[in-house]
Each structure stands twice: as structure tokens, then as C-alpha cells.
Design a protein around this ligand. Sequence first.
Ligand code: GLA
Length: 729
Amino acid sequence: MGIRIRDGLFSLETKNSLYQMKTDEEGLLNHVYYGRKTTDDMSYLNRRIDRAFSGNPYDRQDDRSYSTDTLPQEYPTGGAGDYRIPALLAEAGNGSRTCELRFESARKLQGKVKPAGLPGVRGNESTEGLEIILRDKVYGLTVHLIYYVFEEQDIIVRSVRLENTGAMTICLRKAASVSIDFACGSPRELIHFHGRHNMERNPERLSIPKGGCISAGSTRGTSSHHSNPYVILCNRNTTENEGECWGFMLMYSGNHLEETGADQMGSVRFVAGIHPETFRWKLEKGDEFQTPEAILSYSDGGLNGLSRNYHRIIRDEVIHPKWKNAEAPVLLNSWEASYFNFDKESLLNLAGEAKELGMDMLVLDDGWFGKREDDTTGLGDWTCNEKKLGCSLAELSEKIHAKGLKFGLWVEPEMISEDSDLYRSHPDWALSDPGRKPVVGRNQLVLDMSRQETQDYLYNALSDILDKVKIEYIKWDFNRSMANIYSHALPEDRQGETAHRFILGTYSLLERLLERYPDLLIEGCSGGGGRFDAGMLYYTPQIWCSDDTDAIERLEIQRGTSYGYPPCTMGAHVSACPNHQTGRTVPMKTRGIVAMSGTFGYEMNPALLTENEKTEIREQIKSFRRFRPILANGDYYRLDEIGETADFTAWMFVSPDRREALVNLVGSHVRANAAFPYIRLKGLDPDRMYRAEETGEIASGAALMYGGYTYFPLNGDYPAVQMHWVSEK
Ligand code: GLA
């Protein structure tokens, strides 16, 4: 099990999958197989034949069947006769842009090592890994392909370290984290997750084109609302519960690119990593570059099976272990309650209401610092506006704690307002091109996080607050796309490093702060879910999923997010109706059921609620606390297919011991004389009898899974049903 090396054949085994590579007689590392587990040598799949216009290495002129253009490769490079998507584009100091990597050596690794400067899948000292070293002899470029195997979760983690071991300067123009070649015939489709502010992570399923390539990615400086760094390849007949699929998730929060296309014979290549458009990295002699990790998984249990693999690895090995079984606070956030208009009194009133309703924490959102009365000023001036608040932050926090609540605070550290003391003293700390007016977004500029002094400034400013004020939670926001990615601190020939150095700076700041404040819970945010990725989840175990708090919109957003990320990471709140983003009115019960499938909290002014609504909220919080173990650690199943035009959305959680299940159904379109809403439950024990707490019905796991369950037609606007099925024995 784990990792086997035999006669140039490298096999990485997880519980249900095999990943295989082999070196050939030229020293080229061939990709052999990634799929359902077998213990065979699968290299017989790599047949060779002469294909015209597919050139041959010089020394193989008499064997036209050997071509880098047709062989399946593990880390393909540009310039040397492979015309498919390259994983590596390197340019030497003499202008040459041809790179040929050949096998040097391989060794097993014992114990997971975090990639330098980046977040990594955690693992431990018993995690097994493999390092394969390839080298371009002319450049003196040494490439370390690093693999780790997480057997139980069916996950393989890949990354690449590039080292200039030659005499010339080398410029990396593209250095992907992962590349993989599939034999002709499979997979045929790509699912990617596109979106926009207020509607993140919509799955779209596309055919993989022949002779061309399709790509998803972001050049916005962050992983973005618009294209998540997670994609799935699958077969045409793969459904939620059946068929093969391969997941590729970058553990990265900056610009990224995922590309796939089928070659002249229909074999599919997939490549993903840092987006080359905003990347150029100079490696002087002796320098190294480390790519982000890519988290790979294979499932033959359909998309739900693949999602569960990702949910497990993220819960077990991405988020910090201290949060795994911790009870995230049920919070009341001030944003939709009062936006920028608050003072000590109004906040203490909110806190009083929150406590009375059974919540755990009050979060003070935007507007408490500098001279910030709206979104045009103050970013960078991280000192409390005591005049506006009517007291110090420390006093406010003390009073909130005295009510028996925790206190949380919003910050947006990586930004700077032109109208701020910080900008007036350090205009060169903002990203901007010499001689040009910068693009503004939400009236703000982006702080140059690649600079050590900006990181230090933020570390000191935030530490100063955290030292003086009792704060259990920080909401860490990022509210615009980056542009003018030019650092006034880097030399001209290193400007192409700014975008990646920015993200490294952010990671480093988060790392330092969490080292100093290990109990601090940070919720990631970027205008909602604009930086929802595994890189941020390493530091921030929950991320605000979307600024769209409408429960019916959230059905789509949270469903789309669930393909890669577990519900316990999705920030979700019950907000006021009519909803502030859509104007829609949805019953409190439905809003509660939807937010419960996330971190759960509220975002409204409870003083404006009726007594009945308040009673409902108290009950909602009680049932959330009761179901929290299954919601946080249960297996999650989507009960409908992508793009199905059902009048309802259904999803469920099953406890790890399969003794209980929580089934949720929300009607998005109620019809007269309607059919019975019908679902088939998943993940139950077929031999157990389950009883529904709400109706008293009793049925076997087999009946509920194979025969399914019908509801009576739903009634009213956006109704919801939640059923708790509990094993009889
Ligand atoms: C972003 C966040 C919101 C809120 C505002 C404050 O849009 O996503 O939740 O914090 O900023 O300006």
C-alpha cells in the first residue's frame, strides 16, 4: 500500500485509486494511469506509433514512433516538440526557451513537509511521499516533483520545486502545480465553478474540445468569485452518484489557471497552477521556486463520492485541527443590521438581543476605524474611531463580554484608502504603475503585500488591537479585484513576481498572527466568497460564502460550493426579509434550514422582529446546536443532479456511524395540483430501521435509499422540510 517503486515504475496507492508513472529509455517521465485501483503495471497502455508532424528527439531519428508530442507525460515542457499544453515554460539567460526534463533520481519521503511559504495539506510524520527529480542538463534546471499520499481520504497531493542548479539565470514563465495525461477515451467533460459577486461557484459542465483547449482561471489577484481553483474532469455518463470523476483543487488564493484539451488522437491533458499571465519568476543560480500544492482525488462513486473525499481531506488535513471538533460560535453580525451606522449604544442593544435569543457572539463589521463613515475612507488606519463609537474598542468588548457574549471584529488588512493617514504617509505602499492613475475598486487601492514593511505594519497594528481588546474572532475581508500589479519595492526585472509575492505576503502575515494568537478564529471573506479556496481554509477554517444572504439564492451558492468544500466551512447567516440583495421574502424556517448547512449565524437587527419570529429563532438555535455534530462531521449528499430543473432542492447529512440522517428539502417553486416531491436518500445502512422524528414513520435504510421517499405537495412561498431519521436500534 502507499508508495511502490519498481524498475522505474512509480505507483501511488490510496484506498480506491492508483496513480502511476514510469520512466522510459530516454529518461522521460511518462504518466501511466490515474483511476480505479489495481495492483498492475499499467504501462502497457502507452503504445507508440509514428504520427506525422510529431517530431522525434535527435538521437531517435530512426525510431519515429518515439515523440514527446504523443507520449503521455508527467510534467511536460515547452519548446521541444510537445505541442500540447505545457506545465513548464522556462527561459534561460541566453534567450533559449526550450526545456527538456529527464529523470535523475527518486526517493520515498517519510513525513509531510509544508511547501515553503505556502499553506499545505497538513499530514504528519507518518504521511508517505515520493520525490522524483528531473533535470534539464543544458539549463541546469532541477525539478523536484513531490507527491504525498493520503490513503484513507483517496487523495494525492502534488507540488513542484524548481531549483536553478546551473550557471545561467532562468526565468520561469509558467510553473504548474499539476499536469496529467489521460489515455485516449476518458475523461470527456470538465466541470468548473464560475460566478460573480453575489452568485459564486455555479457548476458548468463542458465537453473537452479536441485540438484546442478550454480554461478556467483568475487574474484578479485572488482565487475570485468568478472562477474557483477547483475543477472536475468526468465521463459523459457520470452523475451525482455513479461514474468516474477526477478532482483537481489548487491550495492557492491568488491568480490561477486550469486548462484542458484533447490532442490529435483524443487523449486529454489537464494542467493547473499559478496563472502565467501575471507570473514571471527569476531564478538566479542557487534559487528555488515552490509551486502551490494541488489536491487530487479520483472517485468512481460519482460527484457525491468525489465531494466527500474533498470534504474529508479539508476537515481532517486542511483546516487547523483545533477547529475540527470545536463548536463554531453562533454569531450576530452587525453588517446587515446597521451597515456603517452604529455606536456603543446600538451595538450593546444588538448584543443584548443576541444574548437573549441564545447566540454566542457579536461581530462588529465594517466602519469602526479611522474616519470611516462609508466605504470611501479609512482603510489602513486600524485604530478605533472612538468619537463615532462613543468608547474604546476595549470598553465595548468588555461590556459585550459582561453580557455573556464573545466579541468579533471585521478588518480588511490588504487594502488602503487614498483618504487615509496610511496612504498620506506611504503612497508607495499601494500597488500602482509609475506614471499612471491606478484602477480603483470600491474607492480603494490595494496595499502592496509583497513588501515586508507593509506586512510588519499590519502585524503590529492588528497585534496592538488583539493585545488590548478581548477578541475571539476576526472577519478578514478583501473587497476588490487587483489591477496595476506593480510593486514600488521590486526591481524592473522582478515585477512579474509581484502577484505571487502578494499572496505569499498575505499567507505570511496570517501565519505570524496565528502563531501569536493561536486561539483566534478567523473567518475569511472577499466581498462574500471571492477567496473561497483551500489556501485560505488552511488559516481561516470558515469563509463567508457569499454577500447574497437570500436563502433561495444560497441554495445554489452553497450547493455549488459543496462540490469541493465541506458545509462546515461555509459562512451562512439568517438575514432579514425582505432580503437586502433580492427583495425576496422567505419564511424564517427556510432561512434557518439553509443557514444551518453552513457555519450558522444571524445578520439582522433582532429588535425589528416579532415575538413569534424571536421564538422561532430561539428554537432554530437549539436545533442547530443539537444537530451540530452531524452537520459538522457527517457525510453530505446532494440529492439532485446539476442543472435538473426540479421545483425543489434537497440535500442530506449522514452521521459517520450511519445511525442518523438529517434530510433537508426546500421548495423554490410551489405549484397547484403538484406531483409529490420525490427523493432517494443516500448513505444509510440498508439493514437498519430508521424512524422519522417529525412524522413517526419507520422505514429501512434499503427502502429509503432504493425506493426513496415522497413528500406531500408543498404549500406557500419557499417552504422547507427538515426530517431527522434516527436508527431504531
Ligand atoms: C464585504 C463583506 C460584507 C461586509 C462588507 C463591509 O462586502 O462581504 O459581509 O463585511 O464587506 O464593507
